[in-house]
Design a protein around this ligand. Sequence first.
Ligand code: COS
Length: 395
Amino acid sequence: MSGALMQPTALKPSTEHLALPFFDATHLEIATRLPEWANAQDVNEADDRAACRDWVRRLGDAGWLRYCVAAEHGGALPQLDSRALVVLRETLAFYSPLADFAFAMQGLGSGAISLGGTSAQQQAYLPAVARGEKIAAFALSEPHAGSDVAAMATQAVAAPAWNLNGTKTWISNGGIADFYCVFAKTDPQAGSRGITAFIVDKNEAGLDDSEHIHVMAPHPLATLKMRDCKVAGNAPLGEVNGGFKLAMQTLDIFRASVAGAALGMARRALAEAIAHARQRSMFGHTLADFQLTQAKLGEMAALVDAGALLTYRAAWMRDTQQGSMKERSVAAAMAKMTATENAQRVIDMALQMHGGLGVMVGSKVESLYRDIRSLRIYEGATEVQQLIIGKAVLQ
Ligand code: COS
């Protein structure tokens, strides 16, 4: 069930954590300017596809999408900055999870071009992504290959133009994207070493992105079908057979930002719970007067902070190249797992504290309850993060 016209709120995300040594003035500046802008947007979110397009246009016009690409392609900062992505997602998600989604998908959808594209590919796509003129999408998952990426069945054959056949599913921005970064097998016997990335434009003959998927929260999703889809102009993206690593490197950046989005939703739920506890009368007191309530709020605050510290550490490690590549991947996995799982608990506790009001359609905690759920699944389910961490500790 979708939301409707975005309602402004008197609640504000705190910026105290920006004083932590993980951040610098750039991040504080984003966190200071963004709340007022986000809270002033009157996007009608009743139709998630139209709303997502609207958010991309607004985020592009206001310059926020410039944080999705590097400065040489029209971006705001010299490199993709994980901490800026985290702060942006955390703040946008506090106001509108759909705004966060629209922002994040521009980054994830174009991330493989930023990391592995030729300069011609980067010039053709990234400035338009940063202005909100082209909508991007990342097409990795398949009906029988979600967590197990190497099991994908989509194939690309050079004949002599690259020719793609296969089905991708649960593709965010599917149906509204202008282009898709598609991963396909180019050496089917070579497992993860036989995958290559391609840029497939929406209007490419042989691509059908019209099968929409509906999920519990506003989120444009579709299945992509490729039947003899030829991608002569843009192929390939990155090294032939280097697509698995390119996908993993892209996910390493954006997994920490998913944690940022979860934090924004958790902080909003906590703020809603505190505001409700302060004003709700019960047995001659306010809800906040009861120790049971104080204990819950205390636990919620600690859960939020635990996720926040892991998230900020992961983003800082990537930006400042701390540790090895594996250590940075593990830090991102810990952040994504902890922040999303903790956010789910915090939102559930906030909803419980609201009682019947919490399950009413139109209440903020009710929509957050639906919004948070998919974050524990997409861009690597909690179990995949556990695997990444578990393998590393056994080495
Ligand atoms: N960065 C760079 N290279 C990486 C990497 C990373 N983060 N992670 C793995 N690799 C490399 C490995 O070093 C290995 O290289 P070699 O072939 O040279 O040895 C190769 O990639 C294969 O790695 P591994 O054996 O760990 O791959 P698995 O098939 O076991 O897959 C998981 C590991 C499950 C972690 C991976 O498939 C994954 O992340 N799945 C989830 C995918 C996902 O997020 N889906 C959602 C799509 S977006 S909504």
